[in-house]
Write a protein that binds this ligand. Structure first.
Ligand code: NAP
Length: 312
């Protein structure tokens, strides 16, 4: 192995993102040793069995000790308490980062526990699937996807550059922005879409005049795409909404206004408005394909095997 970027990387949390990071790091030879921690013995055993880590520890503090890269891959709501336990054990000069889907709350909750000399640079790979757990990860998850870094003011530029190089070596494009802006962007591109999916699936479940069997049988009409998103991990998504409250409420307000306009156009048979809005919306899909963030392959028929689709 040529000189790896990090001597000892500690993954705190070994679910979809933690395990994918392990695979990507191994693919790129990015760390000499990868160690880890997860809350349950079952996940810790699975991680060892799969070779995701060479050692696994019962506490985050033990895993993080002596690591020059520590990555929090746990639900956003767990980051603060874990950082509190790890803080005194972090090595000077180490980079501490995370992969949480909300960045303001992670800065707020983790920041106070970071000792002087440790470089805390929050991050969020905009890549995922609806699956969770240590067996769901794969090395290609981050390929061609964006990873957003949100360094706090005064962050060490060399550490930001090193973490940028790390994510590029994992296959990602990297963008730096402030945490507040990240949370606003992700509220509309990820958090509200997930909320809509959870809501529409539950609305369908509660209908009296359409049976559950009919909903499942005729789901190819569009509903099943929402069910994929709504199958995402409930703990992760509970924490996203609890921790990105303001931005989500702001975007939901906009969404409700636009939905009311659509409702009105339908009620009054305003075909021009409906047509115009649908044409405009369709162009966004073309933009996503042109930007390489999805393929143009037809998906409603799912003729291309089991797709690993981007999530958050
Ligand atoms: P996941 O598959 O459910 O894995 C979560 C991991 O965190 C598990 O290993 C779990 O351990 C561990 N964990 C939970 N609470 C813990 C605690 N208090 N102490 C120690 N370990 C704990 O979740 P994931 O999808 O990898 O998500 C992890 C993070 O990535 C979240 O912050 C999420 O917002 C972010 N993210 C997710 C996606 C996505 O699409 N899933 C995309 C981008 C970013 P056990 O298995 O033992 O319970």
């Amino acid at each position: 192995m040529s000189t790896p970027m990090f001597e000892r990387a500690a993954l705190i949390g070994l679910g979809l993102i933690g395990s994918s990071l392990s695979h990507a790091m191994r693919r790129g030879g990015l760390a000499r040793t990868i160690v880890g921690n997860a809350q349950s013995e079952k996940t810790r055993d699975t991680a060892l069995r799969l070779g995701l880590v060479s050692s696994v520890y019962a506490t985050p503090a033990e895993a993080a000790r002596d690591a020059d890269l520590v990555v929090l891959c746990v639900p956003v709501g767990a980051c603060g308490a874990i950082a509190g336990q790890m803080g005194p054990h972090l090595r000077a000069g180490a980079i501490l980062t995370d992969v949480g889907s909300v960045k303001g709350a992670v800065l707020r909750d983790v920041g106070p526990s970071v000792p002087k000399g440790v470089h805390f640079i929050p991050g969020h790979p905009i890549a995922g699937t609806e699956h969770s757990g240590p067996e769901s990860g794969f090395a290609e998850l981050f390929d061609g996807r964006w990873c957003v870094l949100t360094p706090p003011q005064g962050a060490d530029q060399a550490a930001v550059d090193k973490l940028t190089a790390f994510w590029r070596a994992c296959g990602s494009h990297v963008e730096v922005m402030d945490a507040q802006h990240h949370d606003l962007v992700l509220a509309i591109t990820s958090h509200v879409p997930h909320l809509i999916a959870y809501n529409i699936v539950n609305t369908a479940r509660h209908l009296e005049r359409v049976t559950d069997t009919e909903v499942i049988k005729f789901s190819a009409g569009g509903f099943r795409d929402f069910t994929r998103i709504a199958a995402s991990d409930p703990v992760m998504w509970r924490d996203v909404f609890l921790n990105n409250k303001d931005a989500v409420l702001e975007m939901l307000g906009r969404f409700s206004e636009d939905l009311t306009a659509l409702q009105r156009a339908i009620r009054f048979g305003d075909s021009d408005t409906l047509y115009k809005l649908f044409v405009e919306a369709r162009s966004v899909r073309r933009g996503i394909i042109e930007a390489g963030q999805d393929t143009a392959a037809p998906d409603f028929g799912r003729q291309h095997g089991t797709p690993k689709q981007p999530g958050t």
